[in-house]
Design a protein around this ligand. Structure first.
Ligand SMILES: NC(=O)c1ccc[n+]([C@@H]2O[C@H](COP(=O)([O-])OP(=O)(O)OC[C@H]3O[C@@H](n4cnc5c(N)ncnc54)[C@H](O)[C@@H]3O)[C@@H](O)[C@H]2O)c1
Length: 395
């Protein structure tokens, strides 16, 4: 087992509140990635693009050969099939979780108890209780719980927020975010036991987080959601098309649209409406080259089914999403140079709104927050249980 140099190791490994000492350590933050497929690859590529600040030194993934293949692609020196073995590597300071949703909570607890900082993919976890425990245990361990919501770092969307904060649109009363494609790439997303829900859980978590962050994190007061399984009933019990309306304490409304039934590759956009102005941003168009090809070519954009005929290949895709910027920021947070801009607390706010969204769809009415739904295991159960379920509510 490689243990790193004495300088790297000093003060890094206590399980009891070593964060102050961690924060002043120097050099590149040593990172381990859990997961080696879609998002694990994106994490590795993003750290490589971010260059300064962090170095991925290990990857863990259970399927034999997969972690090794990712390691080969990105020059990652250490490979594990059991992430718990990777957590024993004393010099690793930060672990990113790019594994299926149902594993986020347990992995986060294990990482925190090993004294390492956590970057957890979205959605934060499967239940509110899990999220609360993740916050509690990471706080107790003195490590950071950072939430990988890249829309907080997406350059086009950041520009819109900067303008809004500068007063360009006057008082913002409506903000829309939508993310749509034809459905995820791995089987576990479609299985609500492992994903916790469908398109709202998978994509709506981005939109809810975005509206909340864009407006300056006002309390979410009500949620109304319409959803159905319109296109993929043969392979999932989850929702594949959702409309979600959020009312915020500052009087603004958020409208979040998501779909796993939209043909033609990824679509991600925002609209911002205020008393003095408006802005629209389409994440892919404007960063794409309208292209026609009889033969097709290698790669156009995330989830594009084909490159034959008309397609819209993007350039600098990860940078346009904000992913290298996000990972570089998280590394600076570990060095104590910046304060996390996307936190476990943000993830938990989103999780509570997701519960309210599924409850609203189940009941066919607007639901007031906070929602007390502790007895329900997964958000999507609130939809399945339908109108007979009456959650306890208080304002
Ligand atoms: N931020 C984004 O835009 C974005 C995009 C895609 C996925 N994600 C999130 O990233 C996470 C992973 O999704 P994905 O698309 O990479 O899924 P995937 O199916 O492509 O990959 C999942 C990975 O997790 C690994 N894994 C499964 N069980 C494991 C275990 N017990 N220990 C360690 N690793 C294990 C698998 O081997 C695989 O490498 C999900 O939570 C998903 O919501 C986020």
């Amino acid at each position: 087992m490689y243990l790193g140099s004495a300088a790297q190791l000093s003060g890094v490994h206590s399980h009891s509140g070593s964060f102050e000492r961690l924060a002043v350590s120097e050099g590149k933050v040593k990172v381990g990635i859990i997961g080696s497929q879609f998002e694990g690859d994106i994490h590795a590529a993003s750290f490589q693009l971010a260059r300064e600040g962090a170095a991925v030194v290990a990857v863990a993934s259970p399927t034999p050969g997969n972690a090794a293949a990712l390691a080969k692609k990105y020059g990652i020196p250490r490979v594990f099939t059991d992430y718990r073995e990777m957590l024993k590597e004393r010099d690793i300071e930060m672990i990113t979780v790019a594994a299926p949703n149902y594993l986020h909570a347990q992995m986060t607890l294990d990482i925190a108890r090993a004294g390492k900082h956590v970057v957890c993919e979205k959605p934060l976890c499967m239940t509110i209780e899990e999220g609360e425990e993740m916050l509690h245990v990471t706080r107790q361990a003195g490590v950071l719980l950072m939430y990988a919501e890249e829309l907080f770092f997406t350059p086009k969307y950041l520009k819109a927020k900067e303008m809004a904060d500068d007063g360009a649109f006057g008082k913002v009363h409506l903000i829309k975010q939508s993310e749509k494609h034809f459905g995820p790439h791995s089987a576990w997303f479609w299985d609500v036991e492992r994903s916790g829900g469908g398109a709202l859980m998978d994509l709506g978590c981005h939109g809810i987080a975005f509206c909340y962050w864009f407006l300056g994190r006002p309390e979410i007061q009500t949620v109304y959601c319409q959803m159905g399984t319109y296109v993929h009933g043969d392979k999932t019990r989850g929702d594949d098309d959702t409309l979600c309306i959020l009312e915020f304490a500052n009087g603004a409304v958020g409208m979040v649209e998501n779909s796993w039934g939209r043909r033609g590759g990824m679509d991600d956009r925002i609209e911002v409406f205020g008393s003095e102005g408006v802005t629209y941003a389409n994440l892919h168009m404007g960063n794409a080259l309208p292209t026609y090809s009889e033969k097709g070519y290698g790669y156009a954009v995330e989830k594009a089914p084909s490159t034959k005929g008309w397609s819209y290949p993007v350039f600098e895709e990860l940078w346009n999403y904000g992913l290298p910027q996000e990972m570089a920021h998280f590394a600076r947070c570990v060095r104590g140079k910046e304060k996390p801009q996307a936190t476990g607390e943000d993830g938990l706010v989103v999780m509570k709104a997701l519960y309210a969204g599924y409850a609203s769809a189940g009941e066919g009415r607007k639901v007031q927050m906070p929602l007390s739904a502790k007895e329900i295991q997964r958000p999507i159960d609130l939809w399945f249980r339908g109108p007979e379920y009456r959650p306890a509510q208080k304002r």
